[in-house]
Design a protein around this ligand. Structure first.
Ligand SMILES: Cc1cc2nc3c(=O)[nH]c(=O)nc-3n(C[C@H](O)[C@H](O)[C@H](O)COP(=O)(O)O)c2cc1C
Length: 207
């Protein structure tokens, strides 16, 4: 009889433990659905984690990584699909130092491993090249984040003084405009993205 009671107690304990486990797993999985839908979505992960990074290690960026950045840039949408972009990849330390010394807004470029100058050709799109180049620049920044790189959008357009410096440095033809420079490198330290979500900026159906 005693052993029967013991057996029943053990059975009850196992049953209660199993029930608790299933409740826990239900709670966990209902929480996970929300978390995973964001974390497992690699595009959203890169978008939400992107931040401007201005300090870099000396680690070399490989040609494969660079190719992916350029491919990401060229995957951008463009007005009438004109794709009015060109890219100047700067890997020469002397040019990085030189430009960093001249462009106060991008002085940290001197410490970058590479930089990409995003350029627009007004002969391919006279009124939209800078809008298209914007999409290109953002694509590159998100791709950089997704590959563990640090990057930052440094504006050339619409500042004539900066544009002149870049034009002079690379001998750009008249129809080619430097739009932005993206210094690149592996981040020196962990930088946190800002949370910019602001519900007050959202308007449904009316202002
Ligand atoms: C159009 C544009 C121009 C920018 N120009 C510069 C720049 O010249 N130098 C710089 O250090 N950062 C520049 N930034 C980066 C911004 O300062 C940065 O995006 C902003 O502070 C928000 O921070 P986050 O990128 O980390 O979210 C520019 C960003 C944009 C979109």
């Amino acid at each position: 009889m005693q052993s029967l009671i013991k057996l029943s107690v053990i059975f009850c304990c196992i049953f209660l433990f199993a029930c608790q486990g299933s409740v826990d797993s239900k709670v966990a999985s209902s929480e996970k659905v929300v978390d995973d839908s964001v974390v497992e979505n690699q595009a959203l992960h890169a978008i939400f984690n992107r931040k401007s990074v201005r300090q870099y290690t000396e680690r070399e960026i490989s040609q494969d990584v660079l190719d992916n950045l350029l491919r990401a840039g060229m995957a951008a949408p463009s007005s009438r699909d004109r794709r009015p972009w060109h890219f100047i990849v700067i890997s020469d330390k002397e040019i990085l130092d030189n430009l960093g010394g001249q462009l106060r807004n991008a002085f940290f470029m001197a410490g970058a491993n590479k930089a990409i100058v995003v350029c627009g050709d007004e002969e391919l799109s006279d009124n939209c090249w800078f809008v298209d180049c914007s999409a290109v620049t953002q694509n590159i920044l998100i791709a950089a984040e997704s590959m563990g790189l640090g990057a930052v959008w440094t504006a050339v357009y619409p500042y004539d003084d900066r544009a002149d410096i870049v034009r002079e440095t690379f001998g750009l033809q008249k129809n080619i405009h430097a739009f932005a420079i993206i210094p690149l490198g592996y981040p020196l330290e962990k930088n946190e993205p800002k949370n910019k979500f602001d519900e007050s900026r959202i308007h449904y159906n009316k202002w």
